[in-house]
Design a binder for this molecule. Structure first.
Ligand SMILES: Cc1cc2nc3c(=O)[nH]c(=O)nc-3n(C[C@H](O)[C@H](O)[C@H](O)COP(=O)(O)O)c2cc1C
Length: 182
């Protein structure tokens, strides 16, 4: 197996981070990999924000957990309480991908480039759709202003990155989902 396939096969979603910030060169290499993603008609309908401001990440985390706690359906809140009571697992870095409306697929590809680039550099990570929550609550405009989301742009996806405290096996691939039509 070559290095790319090894990185793909070993990637897993990390939900438990050390506070230590990854090295700046690694964060920059991941950001570059993000904007090297392919996109439909090469429109590059994204902005990639590398957030390492600890208090901002903690503030968004607390607001997200507050919103989940107040939701009618408590199951998501309970799941995150079981995982340690944080939405972002104390990750020291969040790649926040902003997108133009209707470009989910492009955003997904950027997310995976970030995830695989991080994994290839020995950094743990998890794609985090839950990061949308703080932007949709009563403090949403405040957070949008703090990170600089201007008109015409919206939350696309987030990827949390750092050094994991614990490692996990990747999910077992279901090869029955593959069919060869010859
Ligand atoms: C679009 C997308 C959104 C996700 N959002 C979250 C999330 O908010 N929180 C989380 O802990 N994991 C999230 N995940 C990670 C998945 O739960 C994870 O990829 C899946 O359980 C398979 O496990 P693995 O990544 O360890 O192989 C997300 C994954 C994707 C692709």
């Amino acid at each position: 197996m070559n290095e790319t396939l090894q990185t793909i096969s070993r990637r897993f979603s990390c939900r438990d981070y050390e506070g230590r910030l990854p090295e700046r060169e690694k964060l920059e290499a991941i950001a570059l990999a993000a904007v090297q993603s392919p996109s439909a008609m090469n429109r590059q309908p994204w902005q990639v924000l590398v957030i390492t401001n600890k208090s901002l990440i903690e503030e968004m985390d607390a607001e997200g957990m507050r919103i989940l706690a107040e939701a009618e359906d408590k199951s998501t809140y309970e799941r995150f309480m079981e995982r340690g009571g944080t939405l972002f697992y104390n990750a020291p870095c969040m790649y926040l991908i902003l997108k133009k409306p209707g470009t989910d697929l492009d955003t997904g590809i950027v997310s995976e480039n970030i995830s695989l680039a991080a994994s290839s550099l020995g950094l743990d990570n998890v794609i985090c759709g839950m990061a949308a929550i703080p932007f949709n609550g009563s403090k949403g405009d405040e957070f949008k202003k703090k990170v600089g989301i201007s008109d015409g742009w919206e939350f696309g996806m987030a990827v949390l990155v750092g050094y994991g405290k614990t490692k996990k096996d990747p999910h077992t691939p279901d090869i029955s989902k593959i069919r060869y039509i010859e």
